[in-house]
Design a binder for this molecule. Structure first.
Ligand SMILES: [Zn+2]
Length: 385
């Protein structure tokens, strides 16, 4: 039996197109698949035959009862996601979160470990240990590893800049490959999250969507015309410096009232601690606001309204059909929901379409899954580093 990796490696461009459509949209009836790809039925049959022989696709057995009058109707086509496995890892300055997934980025199990030492060799050991723990005692066949981190990635294998690790120009990909024997692809963590939502999650059924995140900073990811917007400055967190209030506090870069200065977890925590005269944790600020404490409620309300301006501006510029709100500090949107929504409305044209807002509770595994999705994409597109 051929190694699972060869299933995707040997495909022609047309066969790959069929397989990808089924991977992302399947299961699909043959007629619908042909229609989606603009193929005639005979062409589709010609392309699906080798895919069925290779085991990339299979017929779904029990979708339809047997048609009246005997003959078995053609069955819908699908991939078998459990045949191939991937590991995604979200690397932070203090912990690494890993997930073993199937071919559709479905999480099979998760594990995490402390990152105490930022020496690249020590980090590689932690990551390799996680891969081993997730894969070790089972028959799971891991085809590739994806690593997502906050920062800039160069040529999919080098960390150009990762401030929280104090790294510049570290060849993490080749080092982890040498240690595990597996292909490794690196990605900015928000880009990775976007790719997972684009192919397998909240963005699967739309061609334009945005995600805004609140955490140590404010982040934004965009998919436009079914493609992730990515450029040479991706990973710098540029939207975090979007001006929201000319009279607001300044961020460390000196921008008065930019998104980071108003909305980062640190910024909110600092404002609330100064206003109440108590050293408060981020969640304590939100707990107090939720319980009706007027001082923290005002801070949270102002931040929610400012976040609404940012969401509205992103929507006005990029015209997404859906906006996903997530990140470690996204509870701000939950606690300030009414004020967030009314601020978005105020800053949009009255005739603009209602935004489909989706609040996704933060979970490190979600980000690990994002990194796995990048490994999946690169495997099925046969573009692994
Ligand atoms: Zn700034």
């Amino acid at each position: 039996m051929p190694a699972p990796a060869s299933r995707w490696k040997s495909l022609s461009a047309s066969e790959r197109r069929v397989a990808l459509e089924v991977l992302v949209r399947g299961p699909l009836a043959r007629t619908e698949l042909a229609q989606r790809l603009g193929l005639s039925t005979p062409s589709l049959s010609r392309l699906t035959k080798p895919l069925l022989d290779l085991g990339v696709l299979h017929e779904v057995d029990d979708a339809e009862p047997v048609a009246r009058g005997g003959g078995r109707p053609p069955q819908p086509l699908d991939v078998n996601p459990r045949l191939e496995h991937f590991v995604g890892i979200k690397l932070t300055g203090t912990r690494a979160y890993a997930a073993l997934t199937d071919l559709r980025a479905g999480i099979i199990r998760a594990a995490d470990a402390r990152v105490d030492d930022h020496d690249p060799q020590a980090v590689v050991e932690v990551l390799a240990g996680l891969v081993h723990d997730l894969n070790g005692d089972t028959a799971a066949t891991v085809l590739a590893i994806g690593v997502g981190l906050g920062g800039m990635v160069v040529e999919d294998v080098r960390v150009g800049r990762a401030p929280f690790l104090g790294w510049r120009d570290v060849d993490l990909g080749p080092q982890l490959t040498a240690r595990t024997g597996l292909p490794v692809v690196l990605a900015n963590d928000l880009d990775a999250l976007m790719e997972a939502e684009h192919w397998f999650g909240a963005g699967r059924d739309v061609t334009n969507f945005a995600a805004l995140t609140i955490g140590a900073g404010v982040g934004c990811g965009l998919v436009v015309h079914d493609r992730l917007v990515h450029g040479r400055d991706s990973g710098l967190g540029l939207l975090g410096h979007f001006p929201l209030d000319p009279l607001g506090p300044a961020c460390p870069d000196g921008h008065r009232g930019c998104a980071n200065a108003l909305l980062s977890m640190d910024a909110i925590q600092t404002q609330a601690s100064l206003a109440t005269g108590r050293a408060l944790e981020y969640d304590e600020v939100l707990d107090l606001a939720q319980a009706g404490d007027p001082i923290t409620d005002q801070i949270v309300g102002n931040a929610a309204r400012a976040f609404g301006v940012l969401v509205a501006d992103v929507a006005n510029i990029a015209q997404p059909e859906r906006v996903v709100l997530t990140g470690e500090g996204i509870r701000l949107a939950e606690v300030g929901w009414e004020r967030l929504v009314s601020s978005i409305r105020e800053h949009r044209n009255a005739e603009a379409a209602e935004l489909d807002l989706l609040l996704v509770k933060d979970d490190p595994t979600l980000w690990a899954r994002g990194a796995a999705a990048v490994a999946i994409q690169r495997t099925v597109l046969d573009t692994l580093p």
